[in-house]
Design a protein around this ligand. Sequence first.
Ligand code: G3P
Ligand code: CA
Length: 327
Amino acid sequence: MIEPAVPPSVPAAPAPRGRRHTVAAAGAALLLAASCGLTSGCATAGQASPPRGEAAVRATAAPTAADDEKAARTPSNTLMRSAGSPMTVIAHRGASSAAPENTLISDEVARRGGARWIENDVQPSRDGVPYVLHDTTVDRTTDGTGPIRALTAAQLDALDAGSWFAPAYTGARVPTLAAQLEDLRVRGGNLLLEIKGRHSREEVARIVRLVRDHGMTDRVFVQSFDVDALRHTRALAPELPLGLLRSRLDPDPVAVAEELGLSAYNPAAGALATDPDVVKELHAAGIALMVWTVDSPARWKELDALGADAVITNRPAEMTGWNAARP
Ligand code: G3P
Ligand code: CA
């Protein structure tokens, strides 16, 4: 069963406090989300504002061969940032500080706060349907109990994934990956899809099939702690960019990235602190750096100065506002 994209009782996205530019950024994101529903793709965070003057005239003219070549080199799911642009905001399990994690409501709150990338966690049900859930059990984030891999799709569909967070969110569901992809496709946004835990080749194949069936290959970036899951993805869907999650830095991150065919290397913020120079080394090899999970402006500032390309955060609206105020 595909749940409704946003139940009628969805609370309004929390208004970011204290910064006018934050509100403006959120408003712009709403417009973007609306327009994304009518187009095949969405702008990524950090992309330029709508063009003005001469640039706007050029933008409406037929694309040149150079434009085509540039577009071919820069799909919407690339996360390497260009000089001067802000770090991409990636909403960790949606706007998980403001709404129940890994639900479509959490995604909507993140979108209204200006995030154009959502991070999730994907695991299969007992009958093999990919669902969006972080823990190995449903105990913490739903009104049910038991390992996700022991529950059928019908059992998972019956769970309440919102009331644990706040009564206002009662009725939120554990989304299937299919429902989340469809919601993003229609409402706008890109997905940092984490294959959570060990997955067989067949389980990865089912994920890949869903991404393709929903026409989202240019708006999905796959990441995992599990090297085999990345190898399966690369073999099955070479068009999908890959990121390796790490709690500690490898002795030679560039070598690992090259061996696995990564587009990004994704360390924990604490791990990055042990060797900040790794950012330059990765960039020299054409590999982006996405850091998790960082919620404080002081750390965003440090990561910005280091050259990180993207930050996975529980506070996407706040980081969007922080980005907007960046000199
Ligand atoms: O996206 C990075 C982060 O989500 C990895 O840790 O445990 O929150 O999935 P975890
Ligand atoms: Ca995750």
